[in-house]
Design a protein around this ligand. Structure first.
Ligand SMILES: NC(=O)c1ccc[n+]([C@@H]2O[C@H](COP(=O)([O-])OP(=O)(O)OC[C@H]3O[C@@H](n4cnc5c(N)ncnc54)[C@H](OP(=O)(O)O)[C@@H]3O)[C@@H](O)[C@H]2O)c1
Length: 357
């Protein structure tokens, strides 16, 4: 099968580098062009800082098949020359560029610009795939051949994945969550100052808690041809920044509608595996890994499970205050929670026949 021609917009940034890794030697997509604020010879050159250092900050080398990919400025880019676009740019820029891209080309985005529009689903592959049909409404009403499909905020991703089997089986009344989020989630520019975070935890992340509350209800909401009716769950959270490089850790307390014993709850979690037929390249073998060891999950040890695409859960215990269950999760914020999650979404849209090529 010929691969679809792909562009990565914002390829030099943190989330963009995750796209570059996830799309290296990909069976369905071939990166033929990258887009930044400047036109340069190729990706290798675009990664060079003026002092000679590299902007590449991943712990594996720049993939060899990406080094020579040409880089052009967004002003010169012609979206109609590619079949699919992956964007990793700031939200204000996304508001400007993504509607232009979508006129001709399906666009997968890590930015928040489109997340809250009524005609835009907030998809996590394997959680709410049925919401994908809403894309047709977006195309119809906006007169687009393509679409804009954003991935959710990286903090809500692990939360939604772990709540999904509980919601489906028992119903959920209340959720309380406290996050300890990694530094990479703040990006690199401006990012978090090392003097602030060293030996420290910062108890506030501007705008984060509202995003988690709103996005969770949309993701677990019910799709109809009218749109998405938000899930009726009471949710609150406290989001903090911790001195961890990658991987968001979250402590979660859940009030269930139908009371259940721990063995039934474990069975629901272990039985939830939407990827068992293994036909999506970036999908992990297991959506959730449930640890019995009470010292797990830990971000340093467990964030790379399933290539950074498996959400880890542990400390699973009955919870008497809300009447349900409590647990700790670890989710890779820049893999399942951003670039690689967006690539998985593109794979699932291709499999559903929603990408033209
Ligand atoms: N960091 C994360 O883990 C994470 C997780 C989830 C979502 N996100 C979201 O992903 C987006 C990008 O975040 P980031 O942390 O990767 O930001 P970043 O490191 O600051 O990267 C921004 C990218 O945008 C490019 N850019 C700037 N102006 C441009 C223009 N006019 N045209 C085209 N490209 C332009 C930059 O290229 P040059 O500087 O080379 O020109 C760079 O590649 C944000 O919306 C963020 O909220 C990030």
């Amino acid at each position: 099968m010929t691969r679809l021609r792909a562009a990565v917009v914002g390829a030099t940034g943190m989330a963009g580098q995750q796209f570059v890794q996830a799309l290296s030697n990909h069976p369905d997509f071939e990166v033929v062009i990258m887009v930044t604020s400047r036109t340069l010879k190729n990706y290798n050159e675009a990664l060079l800082e003026s002092d000679g250092s590299s902007r590449w900050i991943q712990n594996t080398p720049v993939p060899a098949d990406m080094l020579e990919v040409p880089v052009i400025s967004s002003k010169e880019f012609r979206p109609e020359t590619v079949d699919v676009i992956f964007t990793a740019i700031e939200s204000d820029l996304a508001k400007e560029l993504e509607p232009w891209f979508a006129q001709t080309t399906p666009t997968f985005s890590t930015a928040s610009a489109f997340r809250y529009f009524d005609d835009t689903p907030l998809l996590i592959t394997g959680v709410n795939d049925d919401h994908a049909e809403l894309i047709r409404k977006q195309q119809r009403e906006r007169g687009w051949k393509g679409f804009v499909l954003p991935v959710p905020n990286c903090t809500v991703t692990g939360l939604a994945i772990t709540l999904k089997p509980l919601y489906d089986r028992f119903g959920i009344q209340n959720v309380l969550m406290v996050s300890m989020q990694s530094l990479s989630g703040a990006g690199r520019s401006p990012g978090v100052r090392s003097l602030d975070i060293l030996d420290n935890i910062i108890p506030y992340i501007p705008n984060e808690e509202g995003k988690v509350r709103k996005e969770l209800l949309k993701i677990l909401g019910e799709y109809s041809s009218e749109g998405i009716a938000p899930a009726e769950i009471h949710i609150n959270c406290i989001c903090t920044r911790a001195n961890v490089l990658d991987g968001h850790t979250e402590s979660v307390f859940v009030g269930l509608k139908k009371q259940a014993g721990l063995s039934e709850i474990k069975e629901a979690i272990n039985g939830y595996n939407p990827f068992q037929n293994g036909n999506l390249h970036s999908a992990p073998d297991r959506m959730i890994h449930l640890f019995d060891d009470p010292f797990r999950p830990q971000p340093r040890l467990d964030r790379e499970l399933g290539g950074g695409m498996t959400t880890s859960m542990g400390r699973l215990e009955e919870e008497s205050v809300l009447g349900g269950v409590k647990y700790v999760l670890v989710s890779h914020n820049t893999k399942m929670g951003a670039g690689k999650g967006a690539v998985l979404l593109a794979e699932s849209m291709l499999a559903r026949g929603l990408l033209h090529g």
